[in-house]
Write a protein that binds this ligand. Structure first.
Ligand code: KIV
Length: 260
């Protein structure tokens, strides 16, 4: 099983880290049988599993339920739990209670979005024994202030600001950070500078690792497909065909018996 120190070792040795999101028991069982390094129980569960229009609708209770199911299915994987919208922007005691619940439900680390206003919490978590992954670039929880899922980096000072954010996360003690939709060369520069594992999504090939949303890579989420996503399997179509075949057999009075 990948351990926290492996993130640093792999980054140092330039060995790529593979991550996927996961929200439920049966998918976790499948991932458990692969060599994927780590799982993110992401707040994208609000969209993919619950049909909400953004991750703003994720709650600690929702994430906790998904985390427990994933833990039961993939006990052999390093599991990172996403802290949902606003759940880590309250008083320290409430923030810590949520993290305690997540860690005791089997997370090995937590992830949170953004830098400004989070540094004190990150330091406190790390000092308390909780590994923290940062997340900069596109931050879907801020859709209502950002207005889109695009990163507007049009000049040097915006690039420098992102670099400084990345450095702040590393200095606060994060063991890694997600770079979402960061221009590839900037992601490369950040990766070479920060000294901790960068996990890219739509940020080009130069990060220390990559993460994709499981349902995007398996072609299972049909509401929206980010332009950068490589689809490895046309899951929705295959499932639809299987269901259609089952339906036809039943309607044609063919008993669904196994052949083996
Ligand atoms: O919640 C999530 O799925 C994420 C990934 C997109 C990195 O944060």
């Amino acid at each position: 099983m990948t351990k926290i120190n492996d993130f640093m070792r792999r980054y140092a040795e330039d060995e790529k880290i593979s991550m996927v999101t996961c929200y439920d028991y049966w998918s976790a069982k499948i991932i458990a049988k692969t060599e994927i390094d780590a799982i993110l129980v992401g707040d994208t569960s609000a969209m993919i599993m619950h049909g909400h229009e953004s991750t703003v609708y994720a709650t600690p209770e929702m994430l906790l339920m998904h985390l427990s199911a994933v833990k039961r299915g993939a006990d052999n994987k390093f599991i990172i739990a996403d802290l949902p919208f606003l759940s880590y922007r309250k008083d320290m005691a409430s923030n810590m209670q949520i993290v305690e619940n997540f860690m005791q439900a089997g997370a090995h680390a937590v992830k949170l979005e953004g830098v400004v206003g989070n540094i004190e919490l990150i330091r406190h978590l790390v000092d308390s024994g909780v590994p923290v992954m940062g997340h900069i670039g596109v931050m879907p929880q801020s859709i209502n202030t950002q207005g889109s899922y695009r990163l507007n980096i049009s000049n040097k000072s915006e690039e420098e600001k992102l670099m400084l954010d990345a450095i702040d996360l590393a200095e606060a003690g994060c063991f890694g950070m997600v770079l979402e939709c960061v221009p590839a060369l900037l992601a490369k520069h950040i990766t070479e500078t920060v000294g901790i594992a960068t996990i890219g999504i739509g940020s080009g090939p130069y990060t220390a690792g990559q993460i994709l949303v499981l349902h995007d890579l398996l072609g299972l989420y049909i509401d929206f497909k980010p332009a950068f996503v490589k689809t490895y399997f046309n899951g929705a179509l295959h499932i639809q065909q299987a269901l259609q075949q089952y339906n036809q057999e039943i309607k044609n009075n063919v008993y669904p018996e196994t052949l083996d």
